[in-house]
Design a protein around this ligand. Structure first.
Ligand code: ZN
Length: 336
């Protein structure tokens, strides 16, 4: 998890009204103790989890939303509330293992220090090892009183059925275009930048906001797309060089590199189906048109399935170097 992307300012949460309303059904008195938040990455699931933690612990009488000004809300905004716990992939590791989960289970069994509930947010749930998920089972089966467990993931399908069947599923979708635009403008983007970030990030406000805060990552994104765009028809040496550069990319994770590359090839598919208005990478339109004119849809689909396979390798902890090499070499063979 990129620390820069980690923030607890639930007051900036946009959209997800349906998810929020379903979370509030039990009010503050009867929350569902174990929930899975599922949906595409960087769209605000984790921030909704923080928002819900704030809602459950808010001291204001109004139950519509966390007030943002009581001592509980303030501590959550500062990231210092003792009853909110976060489990994320430890630095230099790619998975959440059984020891991280056991530590957190120990914590969650204490009564709340000062709030109404202890809230445990597990980020990137798709990175829990099977052992870690098994270690969770008993706690999900018999959650301690006044504890709420929020398992946030972009791939609920990778959770063990024994885990997902013990949780209530809350589904999230990308933000609509109009909400993305206004959220970005509120955060200081001018009209043109808001438009291009909205197109680029396809409903993922979190991704758009980190690009807005860090112009260098916008350049990095651009160069990653450039490398993927030039791969079809390139020679072996070019493919190996591209893989080396992609592996060292400063984008937040190898998964983010794959997702970005795949979005370019999805654009190709969209374009070859004649839907130019749906293209995300409009600034690459001439290259997209060139490729779409020369590649049969079956080759484009094969390229996309190469990305899906690479994502599966990543989940199985294959080294990013190996999977990038394999991906780039296979994409270079997609003939023009
Ligand atoms: Zn409050």
């Amino acid at each position: 998890m990129n620390e820069q992307a980690f923030h607890t300012n639930f007051l900036t949460l946009s959209g997800h009204q349906q998810a929020r309303a379903s979370l509030q059904k039990g009010g503050r008195r009867q929350p569902f103790p174990s929930l899975v938040f599922d949906g595409p990455s960087s769209i605000g699931k984790r921030l909704t989890a923080v928002w819900y933690g704030a809602y459950l612990n808010c001291l204001a009488a109004d139950e519509k939303a966390p007030c943002g000004i009581c001592t509980s809300c303030k501590k959550i905004l500062q990231g210092s509330h003792p009853d909110l716990h976060y489990t994320r992939v430890p630095e230099k590791k790619t998975v959440v293992g059984v020891s991280e989960v056991r530590d957190a289970i120990h914590e969650i069994h204490h009564a709340p220090f000062e709030g109404n509930y202890r809230v445990w947010v597990i980020e990137e749930g798709e990175r829990l090892t099977d052992e870690a998920q098994n270690a969770l089972l008993k706690t999900l089966e018999e959650p301690p009183g006044r504890a709420v467990i929020l398992l946030v993931t972009c791939l609920a399908g990778t959770l063990l059925p024994t885990v997902s069947s013990r949780c209530r599923l809350v589904r999230f979708q990308g933000l609509p275009r109009s909400e993305m635009l206004s959220a970005l403008q509120q955060q200081g983007a001018d009209d043109e930048l808001a438009e291009s970030l909205t197109s680029l990030c396809d409903g993922a406000l979190g991704a758009a906001l980190s690009l807005l805060r860090d112009p260098k990552s916008l350049q990095e994104r651009d160069s990653v797309i450039g490398l993927f765009a030039e791969l079809p028809g390139s020679d072996l040496w070019g493919a190996v060089e591209a893989a080396q550069t992609l592996e060292k990319s400063k984008l937040q994770s190898p998964a983010a590199v794959l997702e970005l590359g795949m979005s370019f090839y999805r654009d190709l598919l969209v374009l070859s189906a004649g839907c130019e208005q749906l293209v995300l990478h409009k600034d690459r339109l001439s290259r997209l048109q060139e490729l779409a004119a020369n590649l049969p849809p079956a080759s484009i689909r094969r390229a996309i399935s190469e990305f899906q396979e690479a994502e599966q390798f990543l989940q199985r902890n294959v080294s990013p170097r190996l999977l990038m090499q394999r991906l780039c070499v296979n994409l270079s063979k997609v003939s023009v």
